[in-house]
Design a protein around this ligand. Structure first.
Ligand code: ADP
Length: 595
């Protein structure tokens, strides 16, 4: 296969230098006072601290030594900004797109360290432009072109490559991963190795039933059945072939009758990084910073490639065998979600999102414009309980998905919903309060999940931000947030009574854990847009269908870009099952046409 795609493909060389000049560092006395200096600046979730090592004439190294930035999203800037500063001996560095705040925080922290060192920060900021990398984007041809380097796209790429195809993944961001990277990458799979060890009885049929009914019985059942039948094989493939390392415990989200999800030790990055490494080390090319703009269709209606852009240049990447659309949903596109939403009062900018800023429906729009059928676009999931400042879920709310105790109360100190219920049920319950609610659990719960050690920095940051508090008595936590204390004490007693008698007022049947003693933990939470269930319609082969129900030849899709799989509510931990199973199918079938 002829490859003419001469562009900047190196992973992690994620951004273009605005300038590459260096201050005048000649002369006997040198320009710096040699030593090690630290600097700190505010990032998204807290302080970012760097260590800068200077010799008399050079910035020798820059290291981010401490931060609370979102895992995954911050990986690019944390490696690339320090490397660029050292390589270019300059502070005139562009932020990594999509991670501007983290990039700027690192730059500010370095400036502060250099100021402490008495360096001429101004000169470093204005360092003259040098020879920057020339990136030439040219037309090219591969067997399979994958759009999007999230979990679905990378799974597809690995399988297409394994089937003998030459493969390129087009990724518009400077890093791979999408929403998968930001997720906990928990994968629901029946009869998995941990269930077997723990003697938990499960079945493919039971999983399929719960996933389908959890989505309001609105999904295409045949697609749900494929996911249920192949999810465990997908998890074992990730573990044994790709090298994902899993925890030795199961995750149990609302909507599942048994604990059945496995979780990578390193969460989203623990799935994406091994997939990316596996793909690139087996010959898959990954073009970062490169955006798919439109699908190319020939005179017979067959999809034959993708027009891509980078830095104002465009090129056509042809696919001899197939194009796989794996560009994710549209949770971060306020206009789109507000347009399609029929269920929630509003999904305008007042509602935050847990999504990556890249997830704006590009693939859905591209496919629709060539006649693909869109299905279930009105079904948009709100994650019920998130940090009101970041809009993203809390690690410290783990009792809600770990089979442990936790209750939600409103400002009156009253419960209002089954906290272990389905996400839509919980989101509805929370929205019916004052727009925000509180989650409460006690020390015993925190200890059983080792939360204070695992999430030490998150607790500290949340305390500083005023969204978390811990105190010995229920009265104290109530007073801190101006909650009706008498009601809260009565609510907790009532909850414990219900758990003991197996008669929970809100129908809770799982996580039947009493909470009698303090200290108490309390968090403030709001709903956020989390998953868009609608998208491009596919069949069992991951082939995209047009509005007449016919296959659009040459076009496959997998992951959150597709619709009809999760009905009106995606059951927790089923997204990773979906993207891995259908990513693999799409990759194999796209390669399957190898001519
Ligand atoms: P999934 O869970 O379905 O795999 P993700 O959100 O994890 O979806 O990944 C989707 C990926 O697609 C993200 O990395 C995102 O940046 C990328 N992407 C979205 N739109 C485009 C586009 N127009 N061109 C290239 N990549 C895109």
């Amino acid at each position: 296969m002829k490859k003419l795609f001469k562009m900047f493909l190196a992973l992690m060389m994620a951004f273009t230098m605005a300038a590459c000049g260096a201050p005048d560092n000649s002369g006997d006395t040198g320009v710096y006072t040699a030593g090690t200096y630290t600097g700190t600046a505010k990032g998204n979730n807290g302080d970012v601290t760097v260590e800068v090592v200077l010799s008399t004439d050079k910035i020798e190294s820059v290291t981010v030594t401490n931060h609370q930035e979102t895992p995954g999203l911050s990986d690019g800037p944390i490696t690339d900004i320090p490397a660029a500063i050292v390589e270019n001996q300059s502070l005139n560095i562009d932020a990594v797109s999509g991670a501007t705040n983290t990039s700027n925080a690192i730059l500010e922290a370095v400036k502060s360290a250099l100021t402490a060192a008495g360096a001429d920060v101004e000169a470093l900021m204005n360092a003259e432009a040098g020879d920057s990398e020339i990136i030439v984007l040219e037309d090219a041809t591969y067997d399979v072109v994958v759009i999007g380097a999230g979990g679905a796209g990378l799974s597809a790429a690995v399988e297409a490559n394994a089937a003998g195809a030459s493969v390129i993944v087009i990724e518009k961001m400077p890093y791979a991963g999408g929403n998968t990277l930001l997720s906990y990458a928990e994968l629901a799979c029946p009869n998995n190795w941990l269930q077997e060890e723990q003697g938990i009885e499960d079945s493919v049929e039971q999983f399929a039933k719960e996933m389908w009914e959890g989505g309001g019985s609105l999904a295409k059942k045949e697609l749900v059945d494929i996911i249920a039948a192949n999810a465990t094989d997908a998890a074992e493939w990730l573990r044994d072939e790709i090298g994902v390392v899993y925890q030795d415990y199961l995750v149990w989200e609302g909507g599942h009758s048994v604990a059945r999800a496995v979780e990578p030790v390193e969460l989203g990055p623990g799935m994406i990084n091994p997939l990316l490494n596996y793909a690139t080390s087996h010959g898959v090319e990954v073009a970062l910073n490169t955006k798919a703009e439109e699908l190319v269709v020939d005179e017979n209606g067959v999809v034959t490639g993708v027009v891509v852009s980078r830095d104002g240049q465009t090129a056509t990447i042809s696919a001899t065998n197939g194009v796989v659309l794996a560009s994710g949903g549209f949770g971060a596109n306020v206009e789109m979600r507000d347009h399609y939403n029929t269920r929630w009062e509003t999904l305008d900018e007042s509602v935050k999102t847990t999504n990556s800023p890249a997830i704006v429906g590009d693939g859905i729009k591209m496919a629709e414009s060539i006649g693909a059928n869109l299905i279930g676009m009105e079904h948009i999931q709100l994650y019920p309980f998130n940090n009101p400042i970041t809009g993203v879920y809390y690690g410290i709310e783990a009792p809600s998905w770990s089979g442990e105790g936790l209750i939600y109360v409103n400002q009156n100190g009253e419960r209002f919903v089954n906290e272990m219920g389905m996400r839509d049920e919980r989101a509805e319950g929370i929205l019916a309060q004052d727009g925000y609610v509180y989650a409460i659990y006690n020390q015993e719960v925190a200890d059983r999940l080792n939360l204070e050690e695992k999430f030490a920095s998150e607790y500290a940051q949340c305390l500083e931000d005023g969204v978390f508090y811990k105190a010995d008595t229920l009265e104290e936590i109530a007073e801190h947030f101006d909650i009706n204390a008498e009601n809260l004490v009565a609510t907790m007693a009532d909850y414990n009574e219900g758990i003991k008698n197996n008669t929970d007022k809100f129908g809770r049947t799982t996580a039947m854990v009493t909470m009698e003693e303090g200290p108490w933990f309390i968090l403030v939470g709001v709903v956020s847009v989390h998953h868009t269930m609608g998208g491009v319609e596919i069949n069992e082969n991951a082939e995209v269908l047009n509005t007449n129900g016919d296959v659009i030849e040459g076009l496959f899709a997998a992951g959150e870009v597709t619709g009809g799989i999760h009905g009106n509510n995606r059951v927790g931990t089923c997204a990773i099952s979906d993207i891995t199973v259908f990513g693999r199918i799409a990759g194999r079938n796209a390669a399957g046409n190898v001519k």
